[in-house]
Each structure stands twice: as structure tokens, then as C-alpha cells.
Write a protein that binds this ligand. Structure first.
Ligand SMILES: Nc1nc2c([nH]c(=O)n2[C@@H]2O[C@H](COP(=O)(O)OP(=O)(O)OP(=O)(O)O)[C@@H](O)[C@H]2O)c(=O)[nH]1
Length: 324
């Protein structure tokens, strides 16, 4: 039997209330009864964009799509391996309605947990909700004025990097602090972040994330390699640092919501590591089933290039921190 993945174009329609359009698979199809985002198989010689337009016209009767690519990934959790090319669609013509007798409905994201979704839909939702920029904090100084200017820079970074209607995401990275100092700092960082509606991921214990009601956990490669499952509940974000295709595969296997992949370019923080370059990034990123941030020598204006190479966005320390 042919196990080459089928190319599938998938469209996530988002309405003015941030609800998503879902469709129910018909009784005569594999995965019958499950809800999915509309889409279907690419025909020979067809482009992904043409496939998306055709499928959405055939299935839900909408045309003139304004779409933006969200993520491309493969999975083998259904009847046969598929490579999903997922786009977010904010504008279209026509009132979406099931053209093939299937049920179609708008659903708020908070209500999706009550719906039986196809496997791997969580990957699409992560790509939809994660921002384009992921800020990693530089080390905080010891003196009072160094601390004050670090917090000033944090506030400015949070304000500057809210993008695409998504919240800023910050990883509180402070390898020089002991656990108590880190916890004290995290508490204050969370207060600042809440004012800007930003999200903060901590990289120490799961217990600390829970105790402070932080937004999630970020794990180093080494820590993630020791895990055989996700260490934290699904209502927290869980990110993993990676440097290769194998590490990304492992991150997806333990159900990380996203990964960083580095170094794309040379960086001062890790000057010994050999840069991947964009072709190396795209090659290693491959079709792993999770959103991946390009990290290493990145600045916010590398976002376009990153997206061209199938990244969720760009992550960084220096390029994202005012005055560094
Ligand atoms: N449309 C859609 N398909 C998905 C999603 N996630 C996912 O794994 N798939 C898989 O992608 C494949 C889509 O194939 P399909 O049978 O719907 O394609 P189609 O509309 O061309 O079907 P047809 O052959 O009946 O005309 C299925 O194996 C389905 O399980 C998703 O979110 N939306």
C-alpha cells in the first residue's frame, strides 16, 4: 500500500467574534462524525492555494478567500499519512454552509473542548494562537538601577511585540539566578505582563508555574529529552528548545505546543554553535507536528524570511530587547 502522505489544504475561517468554522465529517467518510476544519485533497498538478479555494467552494460555498499560511505539518494518526497545509482565512465571500449535506457551525475556541475534533487539530490551534514573536529575557543585573532598567525594557518589549492581534509571549530565562531569586523575579514579571495581557513561560519547576499561575513552561533540550510525556496540563503552554530534526520529533512526541529551533544565525549567547542558515532551518524543521520558532541571531524584521521557511515566527533575546 502507498504510504506517501496525501497533501491536504485546510482553511480555518475566523469570524469577527474570533469564532472558528468547523464542519462535521459525513457518515460515508473516514473519521465520520469527527469535526474538522474544511479542506481536502490536492489534485495532481494543483497548487495548495488553488486546492484551498476549490475545496472551500465545494464544501462550504465560500469564495474570494483572503488567506495567510499558518502551518505545514505531517501526521499519521488517521487512516493514512497526511501532510496538512493550513491557512487562516479572515475574509471571504458567501455565507458558509455545508454543500455536501455535512453539518457546519461557528465555534468559540473555549467551546472546542466539548467537540470531538480530528486528531492533530491541537497543532492547528497552537499555530493559530501563538504569536509571531517570542521574547526571551536577557540576564537581569544585580544592582537596583540595573533591575529598574531591566523592567523598563521589559515593559517596552511587551508593548512593542504584541502583533497580529496576538499577545506577546515571554520566556523568563535567567540561568544565573537561584530558584528563590527566580521565583521572586517571576512574580514581578507576571504582574508587569498581566498589565499588557502578555503571556509568561517559566523554565524552572512545574510546581512554580502552577503556584504563580504563570502561562506555561519552557524546557531545555536536555530536560525535554528525559521526558516521555508532557509534564504539564493542557491548559498551560509548553515549549521546548531544539537544535535538530530528531529533537523536534521528540518535542512533538511529548506533545509540546511549540519549539524553538536554533541557531539559525550566529549568536553571542551561543557563539560555539554552528548556524543552520535558512535552508538548514527549513530542512530540520521539516514537517514536524508543532509550530517552530526560528531562534539564534534573529530580529523581529526576520519574520518574513522565517515564515517563508515554515516557521511560526522568530524568537530571540538581544534583537527583541530595547537597548541591547
Ligand atoms: N479537512 C480536514 N482534513 C483533515 C484535518 N486534519 C486531518 O488530519 N485531516 C485529514 O485529511 C484528510 C482529508 O481528506 P478528505 O477525505 O476530507 O478530502 P476530500 O475532501 O478531498 O475528500 P473526498 O475524497 O471525499 O473528495 C483526511 O484523512 C482527514 O482525516 C482537518 O483539520 N481538516
Amino acid at each position: 500500500m502507498d504510504r506517501a502522505p496525501l497533501d491536504i489544504a485546510v482553511g480555518v475561517l475566523v469570524d469577527d467574534h474570533d469564532r472558528l468554522l468547523i464542519a462535521r465529517r459525513r457518515a460515508d467518510t473516514p473519521g465520520a462524525g469527527y469535526w474538522e476544519f474544511p479542506g481536502g485533497k490536492r489534485e495532481p498538478g494543483e497548487s495548495v492555494a488553488a486546492c484551498l479555494s476549490r475545496e472551500l467552494a465545494e464544501e462550504i460555498g465560500v469564495t474570494d478567500l483572503t488567506s495567510r499560511s499558518l502551518i505545514r505539518f505531517s501526521h499519521d494518526r488517521g487512516p493514512r499519512p497526511v501532510r496538512l497545509h493550513v491557512a487562516r482565512i479572515d475574509n471571504w465571500t458567501g455565507e458558509p454552509a455545508g454543500q455536501e449535506g455535512q453539518q457546519v457551525r461557528w465555534c468559540a475556541q473555549n467551546d472546542l473542548s466539548d467537540v470531538e475534533l480530528l486528531p492533530a487539530t491541537n497543532v492547528i490551534l497552537a499555530a493559530l494562537n501563538l504569536p509571531p514573536l517570542y521574547i526571551i529575557t536577557p540576564s537581569i543585573g544585580r544592582g537596583r538601577s540595573a533591575r529598574q532598567s531591566w523592567f523598563d525594557a521589559l515593559d517596552r518589549a511587551l508593548r512593542a511585540h504584541v502583533g497580529d492581534g496576538t499577545k506577546a509571549f515571554v520566556r523568563l530565562r535567567q540561568p544565573g539566578l537561584d530558584d528563590d531569586d527566580y521565583a521572586d523575579l517571576a512574580k514581578r514579571v507576571l504582574e508587569h505582563a498581566r498589565r499588557q495581557q502578555a503571556r509568561v513561560l517559566l523554565d524552572r519547576s512545574v510546581a512554580l508555574v502552577e503556584r504563580l499561575s504563570a502561562d506555561g513552561l519552557h524546557c531545555s533540550t536536555r530536560r525535554a529529552q528525559r521526558m516521555d510525556k508532557r509534564p504539564i496540563a493542557d491548559n498551560y503552554w509548553f515549549g521546548v528548545s531544539t537544535h535538530s530534526a530528531d529533537e523536534l520529533t521528540h518535542a512533538a512526541a511529548i506533545n509540546a505546543d511549540f519549539a524553538t529551533l536554533s541557531p539559525v544565525a550566529a549568536t553571542e549567547t551561543h557563539s560555539e554553535a554552528r548556524p543552520l542558515g535558512w535552508p538548514g532551518f527549513e530542512d530540520a524543521r521539516g514537517e514536524a507536528a508543532l509550530p517552530v520558532y526560528a531562534l539564534g541571531g534573529m530580529r523581529p524584521d526576520d519574520l518574513g524570511a522565517a515564515r517563508d521557511h515554515y516557521a511560526q515566527g522568530v524568537a530571540g533575546i538581544r534583537g527583541f530587547w530595547p537597548g541591547s
